[in-house]
Design a protein around this ligand. Sequence first.
Ligand code: BGC
Ligand code: CA
Length: 293
Amino acid sequence: MPASLRPDVAFDAGATLGEGPVWDEEQQRLLWVDILPGLVHRFDPATGSDDTFGVGKPVGSASLRRDGGLVLAVEDGFALLDPAWQRLDQVAVIEHPGPPARFNEGKCDPAGRFLAGTMAYDETAGAGSLYRLDPDLAVTKLLDGVTISNGLAWSADGTTMYYIDSPTQGVDAFHYDIDTGRLANRRRVVDIPVAAGIPDGMTIDADGCLWMALYGGSAVHRYAPDGHLDTTVSFPATNITCPVFGGREFHQLYVTSARDGLDERQRAAQPHAGAVFAVDVGARGLPGLRFAG
Ligand code: BGC
Ligand code: CA
């Protein structure tokens, strides 16, 4: 492996289920969540400091708002955090049908809507959904029958949405109607062999390639637009959850990980499980998309 593809530990957080990294280019900080304890983290790579906001319930994902603060997918709906990180307002309560469930990954589309999906805690097949929160705070269900709603990414022109429902072992693409936020024409674009791990979070680079975390696979993979695997980055932790590009030139790939899902022996062998890693992969990311509400 070239030396440049060896990840560094950026922040040895020991997170239970570190997830959803988002780069704030204005503050030059990395936002991320620890889903199960319900913590939103703000990490400053320049100083190594990290502060947290406790949501009081599991938090699946967070995204920046255009006017400051965050939009969150919390266990049972959507919430807005003010710019001072003092006041949390739950703006939508969503009852999950079926077994106990929670929100998982979410991300903003290029028009400033926030999309986030759900999963049953026990991963019951088909018990999850994908929802859209519009800037006027209206909620629309986009997909049903999802199992573990995970990675989301949009092509630079906004017309293609990439989506991972983890147990399907791959990435689907949709035609995305940027004016209405509607999905159409679902098709499979990447298949992941079971032996490589479970497809989890993803981000897209300036060349339109997808960078995908492999939970259980100790890796991040890059897939070219034609679906072929062209880069593998290995990590000293099995459960790699989500990548995002950050840093001044969007050249650092920040990657979250989890201690969750490891037995005692694996935890002892993987002291950096739950860390935020950083690796210069020689590609560039794009500025993150923000919520318009
Ligand atoms: C979920 C985990 C799950 C993992 C792999 C994550 O997004 O939060 O609960 O184990 O994906 O599917
Ligand atoms: Ca995830």
